[in-house]
Design a protein around this ligand. Structure first.
Ligand SMILES: CC(C)(COP(=O)(O)OP(=O)(O)OC[C@H]1O[C@@H](n2cnc3c(N)ncnc32)[C@H](O)[C@@H]1O)[C@@H](O)C(=O)NCCC(=O)NCCS
Ligand SMILES: Nc1ncnc2c1ncn2[C@@H]1O[C@H](COP(=O)(O)OP(=O)(O)OP(=O)(O)O)[C@@H](O)[C@H]1O
Length: 197
């Protein structure tokens, strides 16, 4: 039977980087950010829903969603983000659960659910354990500003839209501290993996 490992953490904490390590060890990754893109691809119900609420100005010339523009709006506007969540979370969840079932039927040994909002939407109930990637607030701001080329204020806004790190860490089965080098983080991940499979 597959082991289902939840993987979460604040924005730019290093979830995808940890997922890459797990993938290199044979894990099958279900990536919620990727699913969130899939459900608003051109000609989907998700895109129709988003445009009917937020308007056609969030479409690019080729008919795809202008994610940068929508992100700038919703991450600075709590009500709008809640509205977007209401439109998309059920579609995202249905696709994640379908991918999970398919992976279980394929008899994957280790399935990773990489989900930023894992605890907010209670995906822990599908997991045997949940790994939380954590970094101090200053490091998180710094990495987010660098990766997305955004201002400190924009980075702080995005972080403020998510569950606090303290709360997330309290809910974790295991915390990976990603403050220092990638090498150090990898050592923690591999050690943990040895214990679970
Ligand atoms: C607002 C959108 C269009 C911005 O797109 P963009 O390509 O710039 O960012 P991307 O999707 O890659 O997300 C980057 C990170 O932002 C954070 N984030 C994304 N959505 C949310 C959200 N609803 N609440 C809190 N944080 C979020 C996550 O840490 C995520 O890893 C997009 O994030 C979106 O559609 N979000 C709603 C869907 C969702 O909840 N996605 C998260 C997967 S559960
Ligand atoms: N130990 C580390 N040292 C330095 N940089 C790191 C380290 N781990 C990750 N990074 C960098 O930090 C940034 C954020 O990492 P990553 O994209 O994996 O985070 P994430 O949690 O998946 O983000 P998101 O929530 O937006 O999906 C990336 O630019 C990544 O290369």
């Amino acid at each position: 039977m597959a082991y289902v490992l939840g993987l979460t953490g604040g924005i730019a904490s290093g979830k995808s980087t940890v997922a890459d390590i797990l993938r290199s060890q044979g894990a099958f990754i279900i990536d919620a950010d990727q699913v969130a893109r899939q459900v608003v691809a051109p000609e989907t119900l998700g895109l129709q829903r988003v445009i009917s609420v937020f308007g056609r100005s969030y479409l690019q010339a080729d008919g795809s969603l202008d994610r940068k523009k929508l992100g700038a709006y919703v991450f600075a506007n709590k009500k709008a983000l809640e509205q977007l969540n209401m439109l998309l979370q059920s579609l995202i969840q249905a696709e994640i659960l379908q991918q999970l079932q398919a992976a279980q039927e394929r008899d994957e040994r280790l399935i990773v659910l990489e989900i930023p909002l894992l605890f907010e939407y209670h995906y822990e109930k599908y997991c045997d354990a949940v790994l939380v990637v954590n970094v101090p607030y200053e490091v998180q701001c710094e990495r987010l500003m660098q990766r997305d080329d955004i201002s400190l204020a924009a980075a702080q806004n995005k972080i403020a839209q998510q569950m606090s790190a303290e709360k997330r860490v309290a809910l974790a089965d295991k915390v990976i501290d990603n403050t220092s080098s990638l090498e150090n983080m990898k050592t923690q991940v591999l050690k943990y993996l040895k214990n679970i499979i």
